[in-house]
Design a protein around this ligand. Structure first.
Ligand SMILES: *[C@@H]1O[C@H](CO)[C@@H](O)[C@H](O)[C@H]1NC(C)=O
Length: 264
């Protein structure tokens, strides 16, 4: 068996990391999400496409990240949407509790989402009222091109900043990572589906997403010409600080799916 399992990166509503989180999964390979490990604090307006998602079902609530892709649509992961009845979206701020608040009118989980494999881990949220885009609230462009290996990417989120963490971060964080090949990632997780991509620290310092980062944006050219290339999906069950690569859903693979559902 492989040493690593896939862990879902959703944070529970109490912002505690439950020992068996309702929206975490333990596979023989991967788990959804985490907080950013060894990242930096984002400046106000640095990631204007980032939103905080407070999701709820009749039984629980949990926290995720997402990306503004138009005034009406938020792109996130399937594990964040799975089981949710509604979402509250906070935009335009590095404070997850301090921005503009919107309600969802529709949650769309990918038809072939697989909660065990984290296959097709993508979802969309339609907003009840369109956002006023501008300033610190801006839609990000979506990539249609295959994301290769050894590409520098930037991931942002309010997820935990250590495996000992119990609450989401006060302020938005980001970290710069480098993509690796799926073949290399299979060494850690046993199986990596074609729609997944893994990324690792460019140095010996451990860098990763963590619980609460799930659904959040991965971009290239963050400072100049940002393009959304992936969605935060999973980390190793060994923990965010284990040094295992973190896993993401490739945006380009779902470009047609997104267009079919949103017209974008
Ligand atoms: C998008 O819609 C077209 C036309 O209905 C369909 O042929 C295609 O399979 C859909 N693609 C996806 C990825 O949903």
């Amino acid at each position: 068996m492989f040493r690593f399992a896939v862990l879902c990166l959703c944070a529970s509503a109490t912002w505690a990391l439950p020992s068996s989180p309702a929206h975490s999964k333990v596979l023989p390979s991967k788990v959804p999400g985490a907080r950013i490990i060894n990242g930096n604090q984002a400046a106000e307006g640095q990631f204007p496409w980032q939103v905080a998602l407070f999701l709820s079902s009749s039984e629980s609530t949990w926290f995720c990240g997402g990306s503004i892709i138009s005034e009406e649509w938020i792109l996130t992961s399937g594990n964040c949407i799975n089981g949710a009845d509604s979402a509250t979206i906070v935009s335009g701020s590095t404070d997850a509790y301090g921005g503009d608040v919107s309600d969802s009118s529709r949650l769309i989980l990918h038809e072939d989402y697989d909660n065990d494999l984290l296959a097709n881990n993508i979802g969309l949220i339609r907003l009840r009222t369109p956002l006023n885009l501008g300033g610190n609230t801006i839609a990000v462009s979506l990539s249609s091109e295959e994301l290769g290996e050894n590409v520098g990417i930037t991931v942002s989120g309010w997820g935990l900043t250590s495996d000992d963490g119990t609450t989401i971060s006060d302020s938005l964080n980001y970290v710069e990572l480098v993509t690796i090949s799926n073949t290399e990632c299979k060494n850690y997780y046993g199986s990596i589906l074609p729609e997944m991509v893994c990324a690792d620290s460019p140095s010996s310092q451990v860098r990763s997403t963590c619980t609460g980062d799930s659904g959040g944006p991965v971009v290239i050219n963050a400072g100049s010409n940002p393009v959304h290339v992936a969605i935060a999906s999973f980390v190793s069950t060994e923990g965010c600080e284990s040094g295992a690569p973190s896993g993401y859903t490739r945006t380009a693979v779902y470009r047609d799916w997104i267009q079919n559902h949103t017209g974008l």
